[in-house]
Write a protein that binds this ligand. Sequence first.
Ligand code: MG
Length: 232
Amino acid sequence: MLTGCRLVVVGVLLGLLIPMGSANGERLFSGNEARPSDAIVLFDGKDLSAWVYIENGRPADWKVEHGYMEVRGGSIRTKQEFTDCQLHVEFWLPLMADAKGQKRANSGVYLQGKYEIQVLDSYGLRSGDVDCGAIYEVAPPMVNACRPPKQWQSYDAIFHAPRFDDKGNQISKARMTVFHNGVLIHENVEVPGPTVAAMPGPVTDRGPLMLQDHGCPVRYRNVWIRPLSPAQ
Ligand code: MG
């Protein structure tokens, strides 16, 4: 039988434990504590030194405050390039109540600078292949896993780069598995080629991570990648 003192101890412990699993499960898939020890940190909340503008290669100058970066002045890409990888990125959409469709909190996360996972305010919609979570014009998400604007959301993706033989002929296409807020929305989907507004240049087996400026003040935080093949 629990004494009063033990009950207090148990109560304190429960009080400590219960907040670790929030009602929406967000902490399983977000926050710095979820970052694996082998992750390459691309944005830690303060430092944009891993990023440059696509247009001119100059250091990225998105607004950085309160642990996030906010779209400003053009699309950006990482200096580092990757092949097969696991990606984690968190994003926050402004409420743009007067905007519709592709003008409503649009941005995008491009693997290899070529393959976009769409970022958009698609909360409550029947998702098509240009809505939030879509591989743009390739595949709609299996389910709409969007949160309302002004809440942090996450993408976790497993990306397999195109493969080439010794002569440089492409022998396989990019493939993506994506979780949106912890919900599986794409399972090993083949991406036939670069999506709209991809970085220019040929398809290769490597490329940077790109975040799109589509004229909306979208925010990102806690961006990391785990390379899944050697020599990246
Ligand atoms: Mg977009």
